[in-house]
Write a protein that binds this ligand. Structure first.
Ligand code: RP5
Length: 179
């Protein structure tokens, strides 16, 4: 029994070591998504997590999307954040090609204010999941934070930073409103 738990601890340490420098990929369908998706990069920088950014469109650059998703694991990405607007199939298509967790950020579109993007991303039929965040800036920031949480599972330094950041956030909320 004791031997087993020592073995389990060692195994966990090995897995942690192997995964403690996983990167995050931030991909977006168009240059026009960059302003929103920049908020993800801000979050990741704050927590000292490595990331790469790319423009990948499911319909305009399908080969690029395929190649990216096929090589994402060997490139040591631990999370993929995909932002897209309109008929936003990018996150779902990427998720269909890799088992790395995919977080979808619905970009606020001009005509439908992002409702089109939200429904396209959130309504994935069972079998291929996409973790869908809120429309626009809130979604981009929370996608960054969720990526931090996922990376924190195998990286104790990041876990500590996340816990501290949450404590500070809680402290910053005033008990009484100002009028
Ligand atoms: C999607 O189409 C992109 O994610 C973007 O949100 C939307 C519009 O793209 P542009 O026409 O601005 O390039 O693929």
């Amino acid at each position: 029994m004791i031997f087993l738990s020592i073995f389990e601890i060692k195994f966990k340490q090995i897995i942690m070591k192997k995964n403690n420098n996983l990167k995050v990929a931030i991909v977006m369908g168009s240059q026009s998504d960059a302003k929103t998706m920049a908020l993800c990069t801000k979050v990741l920088k704050k927590f000292g997590i490595k990331f790469e950014t790319k423009i990948i469109s499911a319909h305009r650059t399908p080969k690029r999307m395929y190649e990216f998703a096929q090589t994402a694991e060997e490139e040591k990405f631990g999370v993929i954040i995909a932002g897209a607007g309109g008929s936003a199939h990018l996150p779902g298509m990427i998720s269909s090609l890799t088992s790395i967790p995919v977080l979808g950020v619905p970009i606020e579109s001009k005509n439908l204010k992002g409702l089109d993007s939200l429904l396209s991303i959130v309504q994935m039929p069972k079998g291929i999941p996409v973790g869908t965040l809120a429309v626009g800036d809130n979604g981009a920031i929370n996608a960054g934070l969720l990526a931090v949480s996922i990376i924190a599972n195998t990286n104790n330094v990041v876990k500590k930073r996340l816990k501290n950041w949450r404590k500070l956030q809680t402290k910053s909320v005033k008990k009484k409103p100002k009028f």
